[in-house]
Design a protein around this ligand. Structure first.
Ligand SMILES: Nc1ncnc2c1ncn2[C@@H]1O[C@H](COP(=O)(O)OP(=O)(O)OP(=O)(O)O)[C@@H](O)[C@H]1O
Ligand SMILES: [Mg+2]
Length: 361
């Protein structure tokens, strides 16, 4: 998927913008506060319904406006064109797909797989398990679209079971019914995750060697923790932990507790790596994930990279910048200066941002 034409109205400092980006690499430069991240934010709202900087849409809508609008013409790898759009405001959420109203964000999101790399992406390696679960689930959502239904079902079931655990009056048979249902869907989610990770991590070992050379030939391996004892079925673990779950009032085991342990040079990556190394490893994991998506489903993600150069030394910054420029993905990359752009590839475009106005250079 490539964005051929992008229109933004009323997103933070950007009043109106209409650009035709390169199908390959787009460098967005400009001074602090000019609107570079706001441009990426607008694309992320179109592809995911959300900003990567704010949970609420209210601070993102331009002051004194009621809503923001982002729309795009998307080109599929087979050359078909689609138009997608979103309007969001305090009490507004309207979606359109090929000039018809769309009901669900997932319908629009399928046309625009977006991988977002920001300074906070370092949390994939250094942060809490939730980020790594989201990483796995993002991949599964795009590789196996029916996976979304499983996770939605699981959320409903766990809510129901937790409500019973917290309540004082219920029949044990009722709790057991919800435990069985939860265990069934939980096992399915886990099967999907394990299958996906087997493929993804094999792909990582095939393609990441060059990348890992950048971090002093780091040796990286992974260990998946599924969220309950390996020797048990989920139902057995839920039954064994019933008393504890009743005491704490929530379900303490299941795929919602899963984690992907990252090991670098035989130590836990989060305890061993420097911040720059952790940032590079996080970027590699995101890039390997979209390369796998492309190989598996022929879907090319659009990559948004905010503030690429923070925390990277000059050699690594240049190496990762060149790698992104030569990648098969459409990349939007922000930088305060354009010093790395001297040897740009022929299909790259540069945009300069000043007070929310975005102009091709
Ligand atoms: N709702 C809003 N309405 C109008 N302007 C806003 C709104 N929210 C933020 N701004 C302004 O938008 C500007 C652009 O911010 P943005 O984060 O996009 O800049 P940037 O170019 O990425 O800067 P940096 O180089 O520091 O990362 C800021 O100056 C901010 O004051
Ligand atoms: Mg910024």
């Amino acid at each position: 998927m490539k964005i051929k034409l992008l229109r933004i109205d009323n997103c933070r400092i950007i009043s109106h913008c209409s650009i035709e980006p390169s199908a390959k690499f787009n460098l967005i430069s400009g001074p602090n506060g000019s609107g570079k991240s706001s441009l990426l934010e607008a694309i992320s709202i179109l592809g995911t319904g959300r900003s990567f900087r704010s949970k609420s849409v209210i601070p993102i809508v331009k002051k004194e406006c009621d809503s923001l609008i982002v729309s795009a013409t998307i080109e599929e790898s087979r050359g078909f064109l689609h138009s997608i759009g979103i309007e969001r405001g305090k009490n507004v959420q309207k979606l359109h797909l090929n000039h018809n109203p769309a009901q669900k964000l997932s319908q629009v999101a399928e046309y625009l797989p977006i991988q977002i790399i920001t300074p906070e992406s370092i949390d994939l390696v250094l942060g809490a398990p939730k980020g790594r679960r989201s990483f796995i689930d993002w991949g599964l959502f795009h590789v196996e679209p029916q996976y979304l239904l499983l996770t939605q079902k699981y959320q409903k079931l766990i809510k129901q079971r937790n409500a019973l655990l917290r309540g004082k009056v219920y029949e044990d048979s009722e709790l057991d019914y919800w435990t069985q249902e939860l265990a069934k869907i939980g096992e399915e989610i886990n099967q999907c995750r394990e299958g996906y990770l087997d493929e993804l991590l094999e792909h990582f070992s095939n393609v990441a060697t060059d990348l890992l050379n950048m971090i002093n030939n780091l040796s990286v391996s992974f260990e998946f923790k599924r969220g309950w004892k390996r020797s048990n079925t989920l139902y057995q673990s839920l039954c064994e932990n019933l008393q504890r779950d009743k005491t704490v009032g929530y379900t303490s085991m299941g795929p919602h507790e899963a984690d992907l342990i990252i090991i670098a040079d035989r130590a836990r990556a989060r305890q061993h790596l420097s911040r720059g190394q952790a940032k590079l490893l996080s970027i590699f994991l995101y890039l390997v994930q979209i390369s796998h998506l492309n190989q598996k489903r022929g879907k090319r993600a659009v990559v948004l990279v905010d503030d690429l150069f923070s925390e990277l030394d000059n050699d690594n910054a240049v190496a990762i910048y060149d790698y992104l420029k030569e990648s098969d993905h459409q990349v939007f990359c922000t930088a305060v200066t354009i010093e790395y752009s001297s040897n740009s590839c022929d299909k790259a475009k540069m945009f300069h941002v000043e007070h929310g106005n975005i102009t091709p250079v």
